[in-house]
Design a binder for this molecule. Structure first.
Ligand code: NDP
Length: 460
């Protein structure tokens, strides 16, 4: 049996996990700030003056500076703003839970559980419908009390429905990110405590015995409240749909300011809106991904899904409100070309594998060659998956690059996504390679000799 001393740690072990848990929330807040100023500026992050005397010691002085910083602790001095933002984030989460619970759904079984029981968990698949209902509610169903005077001049309050005040999200963007970080930490703590309940299936990678590491990785594989699956829900709904809503809010703000919407802003909304829509339209495909089948639901995924995705992935649209690059249509047309190419590779590869995993004899994949493994499953060796072992990641990255390009070429800030995503995908491909080697043994080496390239055929 493995103990915390001989455990197969990832992410640099407990120290790396702790560092990541401190570093990523700070980066999230810094990115929201840099997107607003348009460059990597460090001058105003910590206030020059602090209310705490230097005699109070380094740590309390530092904490006091953090609390006084409008970047690292936005609106900390204004509790009404903090409370409003917390209410909005919690309300948004509950609204998505409500949609998941009440909208018609298809019940789809997940992959067999890794405990060898052969059991498969049922999932409520209605994310695509939730996506459209959310848009409809925000566009025409937002309730608001308004005053009208009747014929006798008496003023009455009536409830009307219309468009949500989206620009509020721009005005409180940093504070919303800050509050979300606090709430995701609380949710991670709850899920960690819950994971010590009896008879729960634990994730192999999040059960080292080291509290910090396991809190980060997530101990329980499929935390549930009855039929409500925390992980699958958080992977796709509040964060992903929230990202698109934040983009729409940035577009509304730009319209409010300029009286029109720029080409770059339209493109970023279409590109990223399509990406979110695609993920929800293909919701069932997530059931066979590493996040669902293998990883526990700890801080890494909770924070990633609910804070990192909406607040750092919407950075390009946030940047564009204040720093539109006024790109000419020929340049925008080239960027559309890059995005379409990336989407073709991404969707082509993911769709092909999904179809093949579902039914290898289906007409669209029956012509493809494959390697029959001793484990029973087959590995594609032609089509997209014969070109490179992670060609789906390459397509995804190319799409991400086009999102950065719509922001022009003057600032590095919007390009954070291409840099971060390259690191994420390289690391993820190494993790998957390691897991596949464990799953398939020698067959994996054989597959790698047939398909030697990882990302770009003939190159890397
Ligand atoms: P993959 O879709 O690449 O799935 C990996 C699994 O596919 C392997 O473990 C293996 O599982 C199976 N597989 C590998 N090679 C083959 C083959 N030749 N034939 C058939 N099956 C094969 O990985 P992810 O789940 O990481 O990513 C899915 C998509 O999500 C990607 O496009 C990625 O870019 C995207 N993504 C986006 C993120 C974002 O933040 N925007 C974050 C993470 C991912 P098995 O054999 O057991 O079926």
């Amino acid at each position: 049996m493995k103990t915390s001393s001989n455990f197969d740690y990832e992410f640099g072990g407990p120290i790396g996990a702790l560092g990541t848990m401190i570093f990523l929330p700070l980066v999230t807040l810094l990115l929201t700030y840099w997107a607003s100023v348009g460059s990597l500026e460090f001058n105003h992050i910590l206030p020059a003056e602090t209310s705490c005397s230097p005699d109070a010691g380094f740590v309390s002085m530092y904490i006091s500076k953090l609390k006084d910083s409008s970047v690292l602790c936005p609106s900390c001095a204004e509790s009404p703003v903090l409370i409003s933002c917390a209410c909005v984030i919690i309300g948004w989460f509950l609204f998505q839970v409500l949609l998941e619970r009440i909208l018609p759904c298809e019940i789809v079984l997940g992959a067999p559980l890794p405990d060898g029981s052969g059991k498969r968990l049922p999932y409520r698949i209605n994310g695509h419908l939730a996506f459209w209902v959310t848009l409809l509610v925000l566009d025409i169903g937002w309730p608001k009390w308004t005053e009208i005077s009747d014929e006798s001049g008496i003023i009455k309050q009536i409830l009307v429905f219309g468009r949500a005040p989206m620009t509020w999200l721009y005005d409180n963007y940093s504070t919303l990110a800050f509050v979300t970080i606090i709430l995701t930490t609380m949710l991670s703590a709850y899920l960690y405590m819950k994971s010590f309940g009896k008879g729960l299936l634990l994730a192999v990678g999040g059960n080292s015995g080291n509290h910090v590491y396991d809190f980060f990785m997530g101990r329980e594989l499929n935390p549930r409240w009855g039929g409500f699956d925390w992980k699958e829900f958080c992977e796709l709904r509040p964060g992903l749909i929230g990202w698109m809503i934040l983009n729409l809010a940035m577009m509304s703000k730009q319209y409010e300011r300029l009286g029109y919407v720029t080409g770059s802003m339209i493109l970023i909304n279409i590109f990223q809106g399509l990406y979110v829509w695609d993920a929800l339209y293909q919701e069932r495909a997530i059931l066979t991904t590493m996040d669902i089948t293998t990883d526990g639901f700890g801080f890494m995924l909770v924070f990633g899904d609910l804070a990192w995705v909406p607040f750092t992935y919407s950075l390009q649209s946030r940047y564009l409100v204040d720093h539109d690059p006024h790109l000419q249509w020929p340049v925008l047309a080239c960027i559309i070309g890059v995005n379409c190419f990336g989407y073709l590779v991404f969707r082509g590869a993911n769709g092909q594998k999904d179809a093949f995993r579902r039914n290898p004899n289906a007409a669209e994949v029956s012509h493809l060659t494959y390697l029959q493994t001793k484990r029973g499953t087959k590995l594609l060796t032609s089509g997209w998956w014969g070109m490179a072992r992670k060609i789906n990641y390459t397509g995804d990255w190319i799409m991400g690059l086009s999102w950065c390009m719509v922001c022009g070429f003057e600032s590095i800030v919007p390009y954070y996504y291409a840099i971060y995503f390259a690191i994420l995908l390289i690391h993820r491909s190494i993790r998957d390679d390691h897991m596949c080697k464990e799953k398939y043994g020698d067959d994996w080496d054989k597959y790698k000799s047939i398909v030697p390239y990882r990302f770009i055929p003939g190159l890397i």
